[in-house]
Design a binder for this molecule. Structure first.
Ligand code: COI
Length: 351
């Protein structure tokens, strides 16, 4: 490799797959065997990548990602089906979303074909790390970063596309339900900003708010829109849905809300099951009067919300087997784990 971002040095914290206790998986980093790397210079297109043993990467201190946050992340899952095969869920959607983000941040991006081919190689090389069905999934993290040096504000001289993976269990320690706190000061996204893409820079500005909420016993924070402070947008790592009188409502993805792939799938399942779905502004009043609330995301999956706290008011929501949430989640899980035929054409069997 002639690039300035040469990859070297094995991580010291490797865990052997044979020593894994799949019943105790959490949402954390367990390094796996391989990662995929593809590099290109500014002004060129990605052309040739390769697998390499998973290890640390070396970057110039002047790298665009380190100084100016020029980077896009993605997240998707390799899922072990009930009969032991491995499938990906709507991976072309991740490829397209990365492309939209790369355009916004002035970065070249692998084509959908390159993205999918790289993904298959990375998952198959790490296939012994895909947990047994029902115990967790292999979380795959595609990353596109400005890896070349830059000082004046502008595009980096070189870009690196990486795919690495780790087996995961539930994102939220609470497991199956969330208690949300509505944040009234800090905003996650502003109109014209990057809230609608998976920019790396979207996440650390909300760490402090989320940490504080967790310290107060909440599972996560629900953010309001920056323009009016009257409508809900999304949580730190998930989209949100409310249900009122069997109508399903979710904030629209018009720039400040991430177009989640689980969000899109839940909407499509709901329409398939003949629910009315409205993508429209969801006000604080709507939320406080809702029958049910749930969140969606690749990492969080589809998870019920037990309560939402806004200022001094705490509202509890309907739970249990008869909820709209349960019906939607069940169908999504059955498709993802191969329990029912995937008539949507969403899954990609790779092993
Ligand atoms: C995902 O759901 O894949 C995410 O990217 C969430 C992550 C920020 C934890």
């Amino acid at each position: 490799m002639t690039s300035e971002s040469i990859v070297h040095s094995h991580g010291a914290d490797e865990k052997h797959v044979d020593a894994m206790n799949w019943d105790e998986l959490e949402f954390g980093v367990i390094p796996t065997d391989y990662m995929y790397i593809m590099i290109c210079s500014d002004g060129e297109n990605f052309s040739q990548g390769h697998l390499a043993p998973y290890r640390k990467i070396e970057l110039s201190p002047f790298a665009g990602i380190l100084n100016y946050g020029q980077g896009i992340l993605e997240g998707l899952k390799a899922i072990r089906t009930k009969d032991g095969r491995i499938q990906l869920f709507r991976p072309e959607e991740n490829a397209l979303r990365m492309k939209t983000g790369a355009e916004r941040l002035c970065m070249p991006c692998p084509s959908t074909e390159q993205f999918l081919a790289a993904l298959k190689q990375a998952v198959l090389a790490n296939k012994r790390w895909v947990p047994p069905s029902g115990k967790g999934v292999l979380y795959i993290r595609p990353l596109l970063i400005g890896s070349g040096s830059v000082l004046g504000l502008g595009s980096a001289t070189e870009y690196t596309f990486l795919i690495f993976a780790t087996p995961i269990g539930s994102y939220h320690k609470s497991g199956s339900t969330m208690n949300l706190y509505i944040e009234n000061e800090v905003r996650r996204a502003t109109p014209g900003g990057t809230g609608g893409i998976k920019s790396i820079t979207n996440y650390s500005p909300i760490f402090k708010t989320v940490q504080k909420a967790r310290a107060e016993g909440f599972t996560d924070v629900l953010f309001l829109d920056a323009a009016t402070g009257k409508n809900i947008e999304e949580c730190s790592s998930s989209n949100i849905f409310i249900v009122k009188d069997n109508v399903i409502l979710t904030p629209p993805t018009n720039g400040t809300v991430l177009p989640g792939i689980t969000r899109k799938s839940i909407i499509e399942i709901a329409l398939h099951l003949n629910y009315v779905v409205e993508e429209r502004d969801v006000s604080l009043e709507d939320v406080l009067a809702a029958d049910e609330v749930f969140c969606t995301g690749t990492a969080v999956d589809v998870i019920a919300v037990s309560s939402i706290t806004y200022r001094d008011k705490r509202v509890e929501y309907r739970r249990g087997k008869e909820t709209v949430f349960c019906k939607l989640r069940e169908m999504l899980t059955e498709i993802q784990t191969g329990l029912i035929e995937d008539k949507m054409g969403w899954t990609l069997l790779i092993d």
